[in-house]
Design a protein around this ligand. Sequence first.
Ligand SMILES: [Zn+2]
Length: 196
Amino acid sequence: MYLEIIRDAAFYRVLFAIDQDLAEETRREGCPFCGGALHYAKYPRVGRGGPDGLPGELRQRLGLCCGRPGCRRRVLPPSCLFHGRRWHWGAVVLVAMTLLQQRTSGWNVDRLMGKLGISASRTTLVRWLRYFRASFPSSAWWQRIRGRVGAEVGDAGLPGSLVAHFERATGDPARGLVASLRFLALGGHPPPGRHA
Ligand SMILES: [Zn+2]
Protein backbone atom coordinates (compact mmCIF):
# COMPACT_ATOMS: atom_id res chain seq x y z
CA MET A 1 0.00 0.00 0.00
CA TYR A 2 2.66 2.53 1.02
CA LEU A 3 4.71 1.68 -2.05
CA GLU A 4 1.71 2.41 -4.28
CA ILE A 5 1.20 5.75 -2.58
CA ILE A 6 4.77 6.93 -3.20
CA ARG A 7 4.42 5.87 -6.85
CA ASP A 8 1.41 8.11 -7.37
CA ALA A 9 2.08 11.54 -8.89
CA ALA A 10 -1.09 12.93 -7.27
CA PHE A 11 0.43 12.27 -3.85
CA TYR A 12 3.35 14.61 -4.66
CA ARG A 13 0.97 17.30 -5.89
CA VAL A 14 -0.82 17.19 -2.51
CA LEU A 15 2.52 17.54 -0.71
CA PHE A 16 3.59 20.39 -2.99
CA ALA A 17 0.33 22.24 -2.24
CA ILE A 18 1.03 21.87 1.49
CA ASP A 19 4.59 23.12 0.95
CA GLN A 20 3.19 26.15 -0.87
CA ASP A 21 0.90 26.91 2.09
CA LEU A 22 3.74 26.47 4.60
CA ALA A 23 6.02 28.71 2.52
CA GLU A 24 3.34 31.39 2.22
CA GLU A 25 2.76 31.35 5.99
CA THR A 26 6.50 31.78 6.54
CA ARG A 27 6.70 34.55 3.94
CA ARG A 28 3.90 36.52 5.61
CA GLU A 29 5.77 36.49 8.93
CA GLY A 30 8.63 38.40 7.36
CA CYS A 31 12.36 38.00 7.86
CA PRO A 32 13.11 36.46 11.30
CA PHE A 33 16.45 38.30 11.37
CA CYS A 34 15.43 41.86 10.49
CA GLY A 35 11.67 41.91 9.88
CA GLY A 36 12.15 42.74 6.19
CA ALA A 37 9.94 41.43 3.40
CA LEU A 38 10.66 37.91 2.18
CA HIS A 39 10.67 36.94 -1.48
CA TYR A 40 10.48 33.52 -3.08
CA ALA A 41 13.67 31.80 -4.15
CA LYS A 42 13.09 28.36 -5.61
CA TYR A 43 15.76 25.72 -5.50
CA PRO A 44 15.60 22.81 -7.96
CA ARG A 45 15.95 19.43 -6.25
CA VAL A 46 16.56 15.92 -7.54
CA GLY A 47 13.71 14.11 -5.80
CA ARG A 48 14.78 10.48 -6.11
CA GLY A 49 12.67 7.38 -5.69
CA GLY A 50 9.27 8.70 -6.77
CA PRO A 51 7.32 8.09 -9.98
CA ASP A 52 8.89 8.93 -13.34
CA GLY A 53 7.87 12.08 -15.16
CA LEU A 54 6.94 14.27 -12.22
CA PRO A 55 6.83 17.87 -13.47
CA GLY A 56 9.78 20.09 -12.63
CA GLU A 57 7.43 22.35 -10.71
CA LEU A 58 7.18 19.71 -8.00
CA ARG A 59 10.94 19.22 -7.87
CA GLN A 60 11.51 22.50 -6.14
CA ARG A 61 12.44 23.29 -2.63
CA LEU A 62 10.53 26.46 -1.91
CA GLY A 63 12.81 28.94 -0.25
CA LEU A 64 12.62 32.55 0.79
CA CYS A 65 15.09 35.38 0.72
CA CYS A 66 15.05 38.65 2.63
CA GLY A 67 14.83 41.68 0.34
CA ARG A 68 16.29 44.20 2.77
CA PRO A 69 19.74 45.44 1.72
CA GLY A 70 22.34 44.47 4.27
CA CYS A 71 20.37 41.38 5.35
CA ARG A 72 19.38 39.33 2.30
CA ARG A 73 19.33 36.23 4.50
CA ARG A 74 17.93 32.98 3.20
CA VAL A 75 14.97 31.47 5.08
CA LEU A 76 13.84 27.91 4.49
CA PRO A 77 10.17 27.27 5.24
CA PRO A 78 9.09 23.79 6.38
CA SER A 79 8.77 21.22 3.58
CA CYS A 80 6.84 17.96 3.33
CA LEU A 81 8.52 17.03 0.05
CA PHE A 82 12.13 17.33 1.11
CA HIS A 83 13.67 16.62 4.48
CA GLY A 84 17.11 18.00 5.09
CA ARG A 85 19.63 17.70 2.30
CA ARG A 86 18.73 14.20 1.15
CA TRP A 87 18.35 13.66 -2.58
CA HIS A 88 15.41 11.33 -2.15
CA TRP A 89 11.86 12.49 -1.55
CA GLY A 90 11.07 12.66 2.18
CA ALA A 91 8.14 10.31 1.57
CA VAL A 92 10.42 7.68 0.01
CA VAL A 93 12.75 7.69 3.00
CA LEU A 94 9.82 7.50 5.40
CA VAL A 95 8.14 4.61 3.59
CA ALA A 96 11.39 2.67 3.14
CA MET A 97 12.17 2.91 6.85
CA THR A 98 8.60 2.10 7.89
CA LEU A 99 8.51 -1.05 5.76
CA LEU A 100 11.88 -2.22 7.04
CA GLN A 101 10.71 -1.75 10.62
CA GLN A 102 7.60 -3.89 10.10
CA ARG A 103 9.48 -7.11 10.55
CA THR A 104 6.41 -9.28 10.05
CA SER A 105 5.82 -7.84 6.57
CA GLY A 106 8.82 -9.65 5.12
CA TRP A 107 10.62 -6.59 3.84
CA ASN A 108 14.38 -6.44 3.95
CA VAL A 109 16.97 -4.14 2.40
CA ASP A 110 17.50 -6.25 -0.74
CA ARG A 111 13.80 -6.67 -1.51
CA LEU A 112 13.16 -3.01 -0.90
CA MET A 113 15.95 -1.92 -3.23
CA GLY A 114 14.44 -4.03 -6.01
CA LYS A 115 10.93 -2.74 -5.43
CA LEU A 116 11.70 0.91 -4.96
CA GLY A 117 13.83 1.08 -8.04
CA ILE A 118 15.64 3.90 -6.38
CA SER A 119 19.25 4.66 -6.82
CA ALA A 120 19.67 4.24 -3.11
CA SER A 121 22.44 1.80 -2.53
CA ARG A 122 22.39 -0.78 0.23
CA THR A 123 24.81 1.52 2.06
CA THR A 124 22.37 4.43 1.82
CA LEU A 125 19.44 2.41 3.17
CA VAL A 126 21.54 1.05 6.02
CA ARG A 127 22.70 4.60 6.78
CA TRP A 128 19.09 5.83 6.92
CA LEU A 129 18.21 2.94 9.25
CA ARG A 130 21.14 3.72 11.51
CA TYR A 131 20.21 7.40 11.57
CA PHE A 132 16.62 6.73 12.65
CA ARG A 133 17.74 4.19 15.24
CA ALA A 134 20.68 6.04 16.75
CA SER A 135 20.44 9.77 16.02
CA PHE A 136 16.90 10.82 15.19
CA PRO A 137 15.23 10.03 18.59
CA SER A 138 17.61 12.40 20.41
CA SER A 139 17.81 14.99 17.61
CA ALA A 140 16.59 18.57 18.06
CA TRP A 141 14.30 17.86 15.10
CA TRP A 142 12.39 15.12 16.96
CA GLN A 143 12.61 16.78 20.38
CA ARG A 144 10.86 19.90 19.03
CA ILE A 145 7.75 17.94 18.02
CA ARG A 146 7.89 14.87 20.22
CA GLY A 147 5.48 16.29 22.82
CA ARG A 148 2.74 16.80 20.25
CA VAL A 149 2.13 13.06 19.88
CA GLY A 150 1.31 10.55 22.59
CA ALA A 151 3.57 8.06 24.30
CA GLU A 152 2.37 5.30 21.94
CA VAL A 153 4.78 6.73 19.38
CA GLY A 154 7.82 4.96 20.76
CA ASP A 155 11.27 6.38 20.13
CA ALA A 156 12.54 2.86 19.44
CA GLY A 157 10.27 2.36 16.43
CA LEU A 158 10.77 5.66 14.65
CA PRO A 159 9.76 6.64 12.05
CA GLY A 160 7.40 3.66 11.60
CA SER A 161 5.70 4.28 14.95
CA LEU A 162 4.90 7.82 13.85
CA VAL A 163 3.47 6.69 10.50
CA ALA A 164 1.33 4.06 12.29
CA HIS A 165 0.09 6.73 14.71
CA PHE A 166 -1.07 9.03 11.93
CA GLU A 167 -2.59 6.16 9.95
CA ARG A 168 -4.71 5.32 13.00
CA ALA A 169 -5.56 8.98 13.58
CA THR A 170 -6.66 9.61 9.99
CA GLY A 171 -8.03 6.12 9.25
CA ASP A 172 -6.25 6.01 5.89
CA PRO A 173 -2.66 5.11 4.85
CA ALA A 174 -2.25 7.94 2.31
CA ARG A 175 -3.71 10.60 4.59
CA GLY A 176 -1.63 9.20 7.46
CA LEU A 177 1.52 9.49 5.37
CA VAL A 178 0.71 13.09 4.44
CA ALA A 179 0.05 13.91 8.11
CA SER A 180 3.36 12.26 9.11
CA LEU A 181 5.30 14.28 6.53
CA ARG A 182 3.62 17.51 7.55
CA PHE A 183 4.32 16.77 11.21
CA LEU A 184 7.99 16.04 10.52
CA ALA A 185 8.25 19.16 8.35
CA LEU A 186 7.17 21.37 11.24
CA GLY A 187 9.94 20.00 13.46
CA GLY A 188 12.61 19.91 10.80
CA HIS A 189 12.79 23.56 9.95
CA PRO A 190 12.40 25.85 12.91
CA PRO A 191 12.34 29.53 11.96
CA PRO A 192 15.97 30.65 12.16
CA GLY A 193 16.78 33.12 14.87
CA ARG A 194 13.89 32.04 17.08
CA HIS A 195 15.10 28.68 18.31
CA ALA A 196 18.25 27.55 19.96
ZN1 LIG B 1 16.23 40.20 6.75
